[in-house]
Write a protein that binds this ligand. Structure first.
Ligand code: XMP
Length: 305
């Protein structure tokens, strides 16, 4: 990207030219990519755009309320509460790729219903350059690439940030005046907390992961990681009072990266790690152990599944 302001003008012009007088829809996740795509499209075509936010129940703490507030200027915003339907679909599913498929398929059902309901002709997507590369290499099935376009017979797809890297998307977000919580926000995977839970996704594990992610994000923010979170990775023995208990293991991960394709585990101060440990075990008596992940990518991935 050469110049942010001319990128924005050209992107809006492309959206206007493509969509014309028709109606467009975008799945707004609250992440910086879809937020920028939605904001560009909204500036370009206004209420001809319907942004749809699906609350899968796998989102971060307070995320849905924050979306409602940040995007309150978009009158056409729809917020869909789909937590129960997603958890039902995930029952008994343990394989990572099957989980992604179950989430992707349910997401498509939710989105399809909204797209038909709004008579949308065009689909706007926040696909960025690394998404396309990883999908082409078949490293992982990113659910924001593919899938949606096949759902409804859209006349066309608009991907205004398709050639940008994440840091460039953030620059555009700042230039568009999107609140710093969106512009500076850590990337969050489409399948949400489900890829931070090893094995079957249950409501209990989601709550442990959500609270752990919140603590880690708060404590690690000042070290400016690319991503930082807590994941529920299994069970281990611990002691509560006089009793031995079998509780959850939370793995804390904090990585530096430019685009998510490679990453380095961050060297965090011992006090920070101890504070994280004490807050996570303190807030949830079913957590027996907190560990810190020191693996880079490669050989590990950033997420756990
Ligand atoms: P991994 O775990 O593959 O993650 O090292 C690289 C980056 O991609 C995010 N990620 C996903 N994003 N759908 C997404 O939209 C997915 O299925 C998915 N899996 C991982 C991850 O959070 C990191 O930023």
């Amino acid at each position: 990207m050469v110049d942010t302001d001319s990128f924005i003008e050209e992107a809006k012009e492309e959206i206007r030219e493509t969509v014309g007088d028709a109606h467009a829809i975008i799945a707004l996740s609250g992440g910086v990519d879809s937020s920028v795509a939605a904001a560009l499209a909204y500036e370009a075509i206004g209420e001809q755009l319907t942004p749809v936010y699906v609350d899968t129940g796998l989102m971060r703490k307070g995320e849905t309320d924050q979306i409602r507030e940040t995007f309150s200027f978009m009158e056409s915003l729809r917020i869909v509460d789909a937590e129960d339907r997603f958890l039902d679909e995930l029952e008994g599913v343990v394989d990572p790729e099957r989980k992604r498929e179950a989430i992707g398929a349910q997401f498509i059902r939710e989105f399809e219903r909204e797209a038909r309901d709004t008579d949308a002709d065009y689909l706007v997507q926040g696909t960025i350059y690394p998404d396309r590369i990883e999908s082409e290499g078949n490293i992982k099935s990113h659910h924001n690439v593919g899938g949606l376009p096949d759902v409804v017979d859209f006349e066309g797809i608009v991907e205004p940030v398709r050639d940008l890297y994440k840091d460039e998307v953030r620059e555009v977000a700042r230039a568009l005046g999107l609140e710093s919580v969106v512009a500076e926000r850590m990337p969050f995977p489409g399948p949400g907390l489900a890829v931070r839970i090893v094995g079957e996704v249950t409501k209990e594990k989601v709550e442990v992961a959500r609270d752990a992610c919140h603590v880690v994000e708060e404590e690690v923010e000042k070290h400016d990681p690319w991503q930082a979170f807590g994941a529920v990775v299994g069970k281990a023995t611990g002691v509560k009072g006089d009793n031995r208990v079998h509780g959850w293991i939370v793995a804390v991960r904090s990585v530096e990266s430019r685009d998510g394709m490679t990453a380095r585990a961050q060297e965090l101060p011992w006090e920070t790690l101890q504070r994280i440990q004490s807050r996570i075990t303190g807030q949830n008596e079913n957590v027996a152990r907190v560990v810190y992940d020191v693996t880079h990518k490669p050989p590990a991935t950033i997420e756990y599944e």
